[in-house]
Ligand binder design. Structure first.
Ligand code: MEV
Length: 309
């Protein structure tokens, strides 16, 4: 049995696709679990939450299972398992899909780890991340690689596309409230839309990406120094830039405002935007008020997670 956590992007989503840095953290309150057992014939893949199952090699493959089926093939090839024994691979997940919490990358990570363990191979985070990155291309064409990286490493990371991730010291642990807007927003769609707009008007979007990159650099310093007030206002700055990029929505803007008014030190959307999740920087004393305010604002659920190094 293998587990992989969810994730949130704290700073720098979208700009990270264009080479700017971003910061992401794992969210262990939710996750994906994969069991790999000996079966009776062929390789059976079951996605319990979706009520789907598939025997490898048969056609057609349900669209939702395509990335999984293809990852099983590439992971087995990577592990050098040419003639796999009959297997039953069972996937369950507590991460809502398309809400910015890395559901796809978490399932893929647990799957690769589960297969590795079954065949007696302990894979390094780098190896897992590289295999999952290939599967991520199914979820959206041009992933930066941040989701597979933070989920495989399981630490807060400072990430620049194409470079090894940096872990860093969080000066003072802090709490995040993560609210699910209830609106599904596939990363692929939003990332493609930003790309089309950037291609049309690079002179408008490049400076926005630069400004987001600067916010990320400052945020890393504030996290290392344990300055939560400063960190909160940088979340607000990042949210304003995401709004300028066109990836927020009236609902997300409203949830961010509601969280701020209830005492959060800062708040922003997290992930691709348009729907998905909002995150708010809270303290023990504002936890209840912010959670209640987000719930009244219409979120479908709030998770509180602690960020520490
Ligand atoms: C998705 O979690 C984050 C985006 O920046 C896309 C990516 O980095 O691949 C929107």
């Amino acid at each position: 049995m293998a587990f992989a956590p969810g994730k949130v992007i704290l700073f720098g989503e979208h700009a990270v696709v264009y080479g700017r840095p971003a910061i992401a953290v794992p969210v262990t309150q939710v996750g994906a679990r994969v069991t790999v057992e000996r079966g009776v014939g062929g390789i059976l893949v079951q996605a319990k939450d979706l009520g789907l199952s598939h025997t490898m090699g048969e056609l057609p493959v349900d669209e939702a299972l395509e990335p999984v089926v293809s990852l099983v093939e590439s992971a087995l090839e990577y592990l050098g398992v040419r003639l796999p024994p009959p297997l039953v691979i069972t996937i369950t997940s507590t991460i809502a899909m398309a809400r910015g919490l890395g559901s796809g990358a978490a399932v893929s990570t647990a799957l690769v780890r589960g297969l590795g363990e079954h065949f007696g191979r302990e894979l390094s985070p780098e190896e897992v991340s590289a295999l999952v990155y290939e599967a991520e291309k199914f979820h959206h064409g041009t992933p930066s690689g941040i989701d597979n990286t933070v989920i495989s490493y399981g630490h807060p990371i400072y990430f620049v596309r194409g470079e090894p991730p940096q872990t860093f010291k969080v000066g003072k642990p802090f709490l995040l409230a993560i609210g699910d807007s209830g609106v599904k927003s596939p990363t692929k769609v939003v990332v493609e839309e930003v790309r089309r707009r950037w291609e049309k008007e690079p002179s408008r979007y490049e400076p926005l990406f630069d400004q987001i990159g600067q916010v990320v650099e400052r945020a890393k310093e504030e996290m290392e120094g344990g300055n939560l007030e400063g960190l909160g206002s940088l979340m607000d700055e990042n949210q304003a830039l995401l709004r300028d990029l066109g990836v927020s929505s009236p609902q997300l803007d409203d949830l961010v405002k509601v969280a701020r008014e209830a005492g959060a030190l800062g708040a922003k959307l997290s992930g691709a935007g348009r729907g998905g999740s909002v995150i708010a920087l809270i303290e023990e004393r504002t936890r209840e008020a912010v959670t209640t305010a987000l719930e009244r604002g219409g979120v479908q659920g709030v998770i509180t997670t602690e960020v520490s190094s």
